[in-house]
Write a protein that binds this ligand. Structure first.
Ligand code: C2E
Ligand code: MG
Ligand code: MG
Length: 631
């Protein structure tokens, strides 16, 4: 009997099923469809063999049996092609979730099954050459062609939704099916279709669906890429799940062999919690997802496991030789996020924010809304940058010695999409978090320089403008270059610019900051130390940094009036700063009493609501014109 090819196809399918089932699978849509394809293809090959046997033995069997077996084979053949189409369209989310398309596909499949079963079929049996023909067979081949060509077409029309290896693997699978069908038609003695399809699935397995491709190489847990696919699916299905993120501190990196050993040990330990799926996430972190059908059970299990895991990390790893400091994020409810990106962002930001002493965080609705607000502000910033809605307001700075306004601080504002002003206290931290601060800073600097030149501020008594720099900007090695270019382009003398820096515990590259300051200083820019007197700043900084001005924070001005001790400390501080030869600006001066006190202390400049709030350009010009003229 002519069943050698089918037998080979069957063996291939069985091997594939064996390997596929040996590994734990995440349960992605594509995995499910692939598994279904394997099963249907196996059934198809078995039915192919059965149909040949029944045709050969037709004389001994009732005609209806021969007909039914052959027709079922044809139905399963189309089934494989249908799953191929489904596998391809599944890559495109809007197709996958398109109810109408899915309904149409099911109807098409139903129509096909009806016609294949209802229409007449004929059998050809002549020596080695056995095949079916007639309307039923023709319909099956037509539908098969429709699904196969449809799948291939999708890989072209929707190519931007699929990566190259997915597109190519799907095309190879479909091409093998077509090739087998064509060859079988030319050489009917070779029963190639079932075999061709099995080879196609084999290619798909090797290229895409091998469970190995979903795993992290070092730990054997599911990889970060798999986590993203999986979370997207959980959100698309609106499933309830709990998550535990185990964040191992970045500082525990040692030689990579020991690190790998410990990572494997941690992953094996975490893997022992059977109710959860384990993924490796950012760096050396892991996440356990409890996504069982019973959400309540997952919630209880995750809460219990969290305590166990915390206790385990109190003990050393690597045969008791190595402590792995870890922090934990617990997310009992996925609905704190609206999608996968937001979920991962909530995890990432909270991980970064955790302080040294924090053991972990429970991430609830509040954590979610905070991140959503940040994302809203981020998109406001991006739009404002695109649509040129960044503004600069100027707050006049008064010189006690000269009794007039000699400078101003440039303060960033954003006009929100609703037309309302967004204050820097809201958007600067978000811009820093999302890497937008360089763009904002440059835009503010550009506007400031332009205003300075176009409005001839120097002639109006403004000797220089103070512009804020963020820590992240100071750590950008190209800062001095970029700012120099802006000053050149806007034709502003560097001596007209004073840059405000702040001391910060998040400053990692002090050397880059110093290089930037030296380069800009050589050009003629001067520097202020902002926010002096707040938690972060101390006297050491004044010693280390080439600044010419120290700006007393508003809180310091207020504290002066709290008690006599504060007065004494402030007097001594002023004396010390003056002895070094630096100037002092008192910020946040709101009353005459404060102004007098600062003047008595020996402060050089006053900035605050007592004189003026930060003003729009035109109001600032009016203010300066009126006040400096009178002076
Ligand atoms: P800062 O640099 O310390 O600026 C002084 C802040 O104090 C300004 O707030 C100003 O409006 C406010 N202020 C001044 N005088 C008084 C007063 O008498 N009473 C009160 N209650 N407040 C007063 P603003 O404009 O909201 O800016 C807040 C912070 O945002 C700034 O603090 C600065 O750190 C940051 N910032 C503003 N613009 C920029 C920018 O272009 N780049 C960067 N990196 N940061 C900026
Ligand atoms: Mg400032
Ligand atoms: Mg300040």
């Amino acid at each position: 009997m002519n069943i050698q090819f089918q037998a080979c196809g069957l063996i291939l399918d069985v091997i594939l099923i064996y390997f596929f089932l040996r590994h734990e699978t995440v349960g992605l849509f594509s995995e499910r469809i692939f598994r279904m394809s394997l099963v249907v293809n196996t059934i198809c090959v078995i039915l192919d063999i059965a149909s040949i046997i029944t045709i050969v033995s037709a004389v001994y069997l009732p005609a209806i049996v021969v007909t039914i077996v052959s027709k079922l084979y044809l139905v399963s053949l189309v089934g494989v092609a249908y799953l191929g189409f489904l596998y391809t369209s599944n890559d495109v989310r809007h197709l996958r979730e398109d109810e109408t398309l899915n309904r149409i596909l099911k109807i098409v499949l139903g129509v096909e099954v009806f016609f294949v079963l209802a229409l007449p079929i004929d059998f050809h049996h002549e020596g080695n050459i056995i095949y079916t023909y007639g309307f039923s067979t023709a319909v099956a081949y037509i539908f098969m062609a429709v699904f196969v060509l449809g799948a291939v077409l999708l890989t072209f029309t929707h190519s931007k939704y699929m990566n190259a290896s997915r597109r190519n693997a799907i095309r190879a699978w479909m091409a093998l099916e077509v090739l087998a069908a064509v060859l079988q038609n030319i050489f009917p003695q070779f029963q190639l279709i079932g075999f061709g399809s099995a080879v196609g699935l084999f290619v798909l397995y090797c290229e895409l669906e091998s469970p190995e491709s979903y795993l992290d190489r070092v730990t054997g847990t599911f990889s970060y890429e798999t986590l993203v696919l999986y979370l997207k699916q959980l959100f698309a299905e609106d499933r309830k799940f709990a998550g535990i993120v185990v964040c191992t501190e970045d500082s525990w990196k040692m030689d990579s062999e020991q690190e790998n050993r410990i990572l494997v040990e941690i992953s094996e330990y975490l893997h022992s919690f059977s109710g959860a799926k384990l993924f490796r996430t950012f760096g050396n972190d892991f996440i356990l997802i409890y996504d069982g059908k019973e959400a309540e059970k997952g919630l209880i299990e995750s809460a219990i496991n969290l305590d166990l895991i915390k206790a385990r990390f109190q003990e050393p790893f690597d045969k008791g030789s190595m402590n792995v400091p870890a922090k934990f994020l617990y997310l009992p409810d996925p609905h704190i996020a609206t999608d996968c990106d937001e979920y991962l962002e909530i995890c990432r930001i909270n991980k970064d924010e955790m302080t040294r002493d924090e053991m972990g965080r429970l991430l609830d609705e509040a954590a979610g809304s905070r991140i959503r607000e940040q994302r809203r502000v981020r998109s406001e910033i991006v739009k404002a940058l695109e649509e040129d809605r960044v503004e600069v307001h100027f707050q006049p700075i008064y010189s006690i010695e000269e009794q007039r306004f000699v400078s101003a601080e440039a303060l960033a504002r954003i006009i929100g999409s609703d037309g309302k002003l967004i204050m820097p206290g809201l958007f600067i931290p978000v811009a820093e978090e999302y890497g937008l601060i360089d763009q904002i800073g440059e835009r503010v600097f550009e506007i400031t320089c332009r205003t300075f030149r176009e409005q001839n501020l120097r002639e109006k008594g403004i000797k220089y403008v103070e512009v804020n720099l963020s820590v992240a900007q100071c750590e950008n090695a190209r800062l001095s270059d970029i700012y120099n270019k802006i000053m050149e382009r806007e034709q502003v003398e560097p001596t007209s610019i004073n840059l405000e820096i702040t001391e910060s515990s998040t400053l990692h590259y002090k050397n880059i900051l110093l290089e930037n300051m030296n380069a800009l200083g050589r050009l003629g820019c001067s520097f202020s130390l902002d926010d002096f007197g707040t938690g972060e700043s101390n006297l050491n900084y004044i010693v280390d940094m080439p600044v010419q001005i120290v700006k007393f924070d508003r809180t310091m001005v207020q504290d002066y009036f709290v008690n006599d001790r504060a007065k004494t400390v402030m007097r001594a501080t002023v004396a010390m700063i003056k002895e070094i030869g630096l100037k002092i600006v008192a910020e946040g001066v709101e009353t005459k009493e404060q102004l007098d006190a600062m003047e008595a202390l020996g402060v050089d400049y006053i900035q605050g609501y007592y004189f003026s709030k930060p003003l729009q350009e035109k109001d600032f010009l009016k203010f300066i014109a009126a006040r400096n003229m009178a002076a």
